[in-house]
Design a binder for this molecule. Structure first.
Ligand code: GLU
Length: 296
């Protein structure tokens, strides 16, 4: 990034339930990284998967972020309002003959060794009215990138995934594809998110390469896990974050981000805590950590 280029970061929660401690932790890291670079911090609601969306949770997420002082720039970007953009980029790939329909059943797919798709439908005729997903052809290339916290990541698409899905059989645009289009359309050049997404990043970089989009810099922060080592997630019914004492939670999360604000900040208003944290933001303290256990 040249000095003159504005840092643009983002937080992209899925509206599948209220934010939990793990999601606020990631939001805080991404917010602080953007603000400490005088950057913009955008908010995107990943609401394409209508089978998982929960009513009112997008509004609830917005209110919760505001309560914690995590205010964003620009209008909120809802993926569901960009369906024609995804189709346009899909059409481009189709025109380049990089896509093919795949009618493989769930059973066939689950029997594949190591989840690698060996191109079963690549040269098959799939009749248009047969339910099918859309896959992109991949090649032998190795995708390598330097994650700001996790170091050099190198990954062979053919040895890890094979051709992957851009549009699902139920017609939902796949996350891997949408996120690349969204980051491009929003001008995002810094992605700070949880380590659980480290493994999907090479597929996203592959798509950026195919489209000749600039690859953003990536920083994958540790994920918060419970006492059993499971990532806190809405699927594991992690508790909604308690919004009654935002300062206390931000103080605690700064500790988990290894930022250690002075103890006298503990009861400071959220805005003061965030100011302190922006000025002292040192993500290098998290280098190499992929998960953190949190009690309670
Ligand atoms: N919506 C995704 C999630 O909640 C995050 C996507 C991203 O940051 O790229 O896991």
């Amino acid at each position: 990034m040249s000095d003159a280029q504005l840092y643009v970061g983002r937080f992209a929660p899925s509206p599948t339930g209220p934010l939990h401690v793990g999601s606020i932790y990631t939001a805080l890291a991404s917010f602080l990284d953007a603000r400490s670079h005088q950057g913009q911090w955008l908010l995107r609601i990943d609401d394409l998967d209508t089978t998982r969306n929960i009513k009112n949770s997008a509004d609830n997420i917005l209110t919760t972020l505001e309560t914690f002082g995590l205010t964003w720039d620009q209008a909120v970007y809802y993926q569901s309002q960009h369906l024609s953009d995804y189709q346009e980029f899909l059409d481009q790939l189709n025109h380049r003959q990089l896509l093919y329909p795949c009618s493989c059943s769930r059973k066939t797919l689950s029997a594949l060794p190591a989840d690698i798709y060996p191109g079963l439908c690549l040269n098959q005729q799939v009749l248009p009215d047969t339910p099918h997903a859309i896959r992109i052809q991949t090649d032998q290339r190795i995708i390598a990138f330097e994650d700001e916290l996790q170091g050099l990541i190198k990954h062979s698409l053919s040895e890890r995934h094979g051709d992957f899905i851009l549009k699902r059989k139920d017609l939902v645009i796949a996350y891997q594809f949408a996120v690349v289009v969204d980051d491009y359309l929003q001008g995002v050049n810094h992605v700070v998110r949880g380590c659980d997404l480290l493994d999907v990043t090479p597929r996203q970089i592959y798509l950026q390469q195919v489209f000749k989009f600039i690859t953003p810099s990536y920083m994958h922060v540790p994920v918060i896990v419970d006492a059993e080592g499971h990532k806190l997630s809405k699927q594991t019914l992690a508790h909604a974050v308690d919004t009654h004492s935002p300062s206390q939670l931000i103080f605690k999360l700064l500790g988990l981000l290894k930022q250690h604000p002075p103890i006298e900040c503990q009861n400071a208003p959220v805005s003061e805590l965030l100011d302190w944290a922006q000025q002292h933001w040192n993500p290098a303290a998290l280098k190499g950590t992929v998960q953190l256990a949190v009690a309670g």
